[in-house]
Design a protein around this ligand. Structure first.
Ligand code: PMP
Length: 655
């Protein structure tokens, strides 16, 4: 709830529930959030507490500003109440005033939201996978056969006393199950709600089995009219069908109802993010309760602020985070947004893309960390990750954010040519330190260190060669370099050897770039990934053009990450085909040498380079002519079997 009138209305509901004019009650009596408050001193749990800003069962309370807090503190003094609790504040809100007024955060659960971006089944299949969707639908159908679905306006409750009584009783039993004293949804509370500003937007949801009420809850439309809050619900745990299936089945039904009503989101309340993720939630906002109590002081950890990396170039450090990027973590789903100068009449596409991609970042890290060689990603958080418009955008971004005029950029030819190109475009001197050895995978570490570049760009597996660099040398370079080391791992999913992401925690000068364009088959979505310590990622974020990651791309990426089995099968297939092609080409009379490859392409040295290139062009086959990087070579991507076989045939005719 982001409108203060709604929050005030719920405060009245709380007062009615407590049977007092002011919302004062001990934290223990509330019987809420035993886990969050469990760590508090018993005195803090037992002392009378003024509940400020909102009520404990609210989805959220907007963080109060200095004036509101001042009034709250004075009210507590006048009432002689020693403690104040402002519950359920989003961590992304501006909480400086709370801190300044001596409030301390107590970490609460996360609020969870499902955004309706299309047909319910389609979006659930993409978010939770086909098996989980089948399970949701099965429960929904099983329940629908036996249990009713009734929505009752609060103004009509007087005509249905059985619904009111069942609602109160189920909530009373719920409170007792959790060891609390006060039922926040007793008859008086319900009455206050029915006569407050939320009455018009709130319905009681009742489900009956053989005429006995097995579930009762409240759903409230947001003040924007775009979404639904699941304000509360209680289930009859003595009923076996209800206990087993009803919670999940009712949510699914609610999604269908919201979609049919043209709504954009459903708020699932607070809870365990992983569990709610399996129910389709895709937006998770961490919450804190803010408590002011005698003798309560913030811990050092709570005081700690994210420090920007020392590598950030001066304009990046001195300028505040520009415009929308500042609101990255501020969920905007339940606001009336009149801040963006867009057209309100032309549907969802008229809105700017979602800026809060933290959940998608977590999905990426969680998915990839299960892949062999990528375990290091499991130790990283959303603050370690930046989505870019492809890995190439990441290169441009990091050069712009982390270098100053005159600082040099080191590249190791033969390598991806865009690195040096971008550096030159930005007027940065380029130092070339060629790779050595037959397989072109040796670094000349001493020469690189002697050049003392601001940034060294490595590509591993290396394009156009396909080999991995010498791992010991790369690690040594990262450890000894004064400047930044960037490792472009665009092709790492095809490799048998591990990613360098596991080194990020130890090295504040390392950036790993990844992409969804290669193994993940999403080149058209333009999604690259930068991984580094949060201070570096923050510097890149300050420079990035906002809104580059479109909603369509975000959906495509989420979909692909959730259904990654196909991707892994594709990678296996490409590796097999690569090895078949490598063997066939190695035996081919037109070929002088095939370089070993851990990527999805092969670098091939030809006997008659010019002639073969002409022949391939003439046959309508496009391969990369890499003769200017490695003499007499071309780089052949691994295609499907038919394309690969055609290429082999054409090579034969070139002889
Ligand atoms: N890095 C390397 C080494 C590449 O070879 C390529 C594609 N040729 C890219 C990055 C481009 O990746 P993206 O599509 O993510 O920009």
């Amino acid at each position: 709830m982001r409108r203060s009138a709604d929050v005030d209305a719920l405060q009245h509901v709380l007062c009615a529930a407590l049977g007092s004019r002011v919302p004062v009650c001990s934290i223990a009596e509330l019987g809420q959030d035993a886990e969050a408050f469990g760590a508090l001193d018993p005195t803090a749990r037992e002392s009378p507490t003024l509940l400020g800003g909102g009520a404990p069962y609210l989805p959220t309370t907007p963080a109060p500003g200095p004036q509101a807090l001042d009034a709250l503190v004075r009210r507590a003094e006048a009432l002689d109440v020693p403690q104040i609790l402002v519950p359920n504040v989003r961590r992304s809100d501006d909480t400086r005033a709370l801190r300044a007024a001596g409030f301390v955060p107590v970490a609460a659960d996360t609020e969870c939201v499902l955004r309706l971006t299309g047909e319910v089944d389609e979006l659930l299949r993409a978010r939770v996978g086909a098996d989980q969707l089948r399970d949701l639908r099965r429960r929904h159908h099983a329940v629908s056969r036996e249990v009713s679905w009734e929505r009752i306006r609060l103004s009509e409750l007087d005509e249905r006393p059985w619904a009111r009584d069942a609602f109160v009783e189920l909530h009373q039993r719920q409170v007792e199950r959790h060891g609390g004293h006060h039922n926040p949804y007793n008859a008086e509370a319900l009455d206050a709600l029915a006569h407050g500003v939320l009455a018009d937007r709130t319905e009681m949801l009742v489900r009956r089995r053989q005429n006995s009420v097995v579930q009762a809850g409240l759903i409230t439309k947001s003040h924007s009219g775009r979404g639904l809050y699941y304000l509360t619900q209680a289930i009859d745990h003595d009923d076996p069908v209800a206990r087993r299936n009803l919670y999940v089945a009712s949510l699914y039904r609610l999604y269908l109802h919201a979609r049919r009503s043209g709504l954009d989101w459903v708020h699932l309340g607070r809870g365990d993010a992983d569990r709610k993720r399996r129910l389709g939630a895709d937006l998770f906002v961490p919450l804190d309760h803010w408590l002011r109590a005698p003798g309560l002081a913030p811990s050092e950890e709570q005081e700690e602020e994210l420090a920007l990396s020392d590598f950030a170039a001066p304009p990046v450090t001195t300028v505040p985070v520009p415009g929308p990027a500042r609101f990255r973590h501020r969920p905007r789903f339940d606001l009336i947004d009149l801040s963006s100068n867009t057209n309100p009449f032309l549907g969802a596409e008229s809105r700017y893309p979602e800026l809060d991609t933290a959940e998608l970042a977590r999905t990426y890290l969680a998915t990839l960390s299960k892949w062999p060689g990528n375990e290091g990603l499991g130790a990283l958080s959303a603050d370690h990750l930046l989505f870019t418009s492809g890995a190439v955008d990441g290169v441009m971004l990091l050069l712009a954010a982390l270098t100053s005029p005159g600082e040099s950029v080191c590249v190791t030819p033969p390598t991806f040519e865009l690195y040096a190109h971008f550096a030159r475009v930005l007027r940065l001197p380029v130092v070339e330190v060629p790779l050595s050895g037959d397989d072109l995978c040796g670094l000349d570490t001493e020469r690189i260190l002697a050049a003392d570049p601001r940034v060294t760009l490595l590509c591993d597996p290396n394009n156009p060669v396909g080999t991995r660099l010498d791992r010991t040398q790369v690690k040594d370079l990262v450890a000894r370099s004064r400047g930044l080391v960037v490792i472009d791992e665009a092709y790492v999913e095809f490799s048998e050897n591990p990613s360098y992401a596991e080194l990020i925690a130890q090295h504040d000068n390392l950036i790993v770039l990844r992409t969804l364009s290669k193994a993940w088959g999403l080149a058209s979505a333009r999604c690259g990934i930068g991984l580094a310590q949060p201070g570096l990622i923050d510097a890149l974020r300050r420079v990035q053009v906002p809104f580059g990651f479109t909603n369509a791309s975000q959906h495509a990426v989420r979909d692909r990450l959730t259904n990654s089995r196909r991707v892994r099968a594709g990678i296996r297939h490409i590796r097999t085909e690569r090895d078949r092609m490598a063997a066939a080409l190695a035996d081919h009379p037109a070929v002088d040498r095939v370089f070993p490859s851990e990527a999805n392409f092969l670098l091939v040295r030809l006997h008659k380079h010019e002639r073969v290139m002409d022949q391939l062009r003439g046959a309508g086959i496009l391969v990369a002519d890499t003769g200017h990087l490695v003499p007499a070579t071309c780089r052949i991507s691994i295609g499907d079997r038919r394309a690969n076989t055609t290429l082999l045939d054409v090579l034969s005719t070139a002889l």
